[in-house]
Design a binder for this molecule. Structure first.
Ligand SMILES: [Zn+2]
Length: 307
């Protein structure tokens, strides 16, 4: 889809998603107490994403701790809370809380608007295990912003962000935005020649595996003062600090946070931001997620794996 997803529909997703988490939690509570009840989907279905090419973590496969740490997940240890009243005593479990087939398919239909696979989706997930498909994908709606190009909606939102940063007295500038498949081929080959492929992969993406190829990722650095470079010192500057606090309001998320290398495959990059859309960014912040991989694991029930 070349244009943005309608905001109202995305708000509906959030509402339906929260409702679904509640329903799924109740369903899970029933399953724990009554093996004959089988809520759909089960947690194993929810988190089985192997056919999508992403196992949920890097350097050792799926990490259960990463799956359970974020709010908004189906958490068996808390799934029976809604079956208690304020006195803390168990109440009869509401059997009718199990989602009907109709309700489930309606939820899945709504969630399918968040699409992690379509390269034209603002929520496409690209990482070291999930290349773009096709691998030489190129967006068709690129527009100039700053010194680079991004897809039209992302470019418009980035311009607003840059204007706001300037108005705040903490101006930022673009270092790198869209990079084509062939540009990334050259960049990656240069690093491999210099450092070897094993080391190069730690900080550079193979062509087809870079978020910059989506036209939705941008590297931002301070336009004045200290640390006008792609370095972790960006986070310690007034501009970098403002960016970390405000990017979400413009639909961008910090893609590679501290201490998420096992999940994202990359070290901390306080300069690399990814446009996911205004509503998805708000949903991401509301859910207190710390990697887009975690967000994917929590939301991809729209495409349950065929068993
Ligand atoms: Zn970057």
């Amino acid at each position: 889809m070349a244009s943005g997803q309608p905001a109202r529909e995305n708000r509906t997703i959030r509402i339906v998603w929260r409702r679904w988490v509640l329903i799924a939690g109740l369903g899970l509570a029933l399953a724990v107490s009554d093996p004959a009840v089988s809520p759909s989907p089960t947690p194993s279905q929810t988190f089985s994403v192997g056919t999508h090419g992403f196992s949920g973590g890097f350097g050792g496969g799926a990490k259960p701790s990463a799956v359970s740490k974020s709010p908004g997940r189906i958490d068996p240890t808390h799934s029976d809370e809604s079956a208690r009243d304020e006195s803390g005593f168990d109440q009869p479990k509401p059997k009718e809380a199990k989602p009907s087939e109709t309700e489930h398919s309606e939820v899945a239909k709504q969630l399918s608007i968040i699409n992690f696979t379509d390269p034209d989706s603002f929520t496409v997930l690209v990482n070291k295990e999930r290349p773009l498909n096709p691998v030489n994908y190129a967006p068709t709606d690129l527009e100039v912003v700053g010194t680079t190009e991004l897809r039209a909606e992302a470019a418009a939102q980035l311009q607003k962000l840059l204007d706001a940063a300037k108005a705040n007295g903490t101006p930022l500038r673009t270092q790198s935005g869209y990079r084509s498949y062939s540009t990334q081929q050259g960049t990656y080959a240069k690093w491999v020649a210099q450092y070897g492929s094993a080391h190069a992969q730690k900080f550079s993406a193979r062509p087809g595996y870079s978020e910059h190829q989506t036209g939705l990722a941008v590297d931002l650095i301070p336009a004045t003062g200290a640390c006008q470079k792609l370095s972790r010192c960006v986070a310690d500057t007034p501009a970098g600090s403002w960016l970390l606090d405000n990017a979400g309001s413009f639909g961008f998320i910090l893609r590679y946070e501290k201490d998420t290398t096992d999940i994202t495959g990359y070290g901390y990059e306080p300069w690399h931001f990814r446009y996911v859309g205004l509503d998805a960014a708000q949903d991401y912040l509301d859910g207190d997620y710390h990697s887009f991989e975690d967000y994917f694991l929590a939301h991809d029930i729209a495409h349950p794996v065929a068993q």
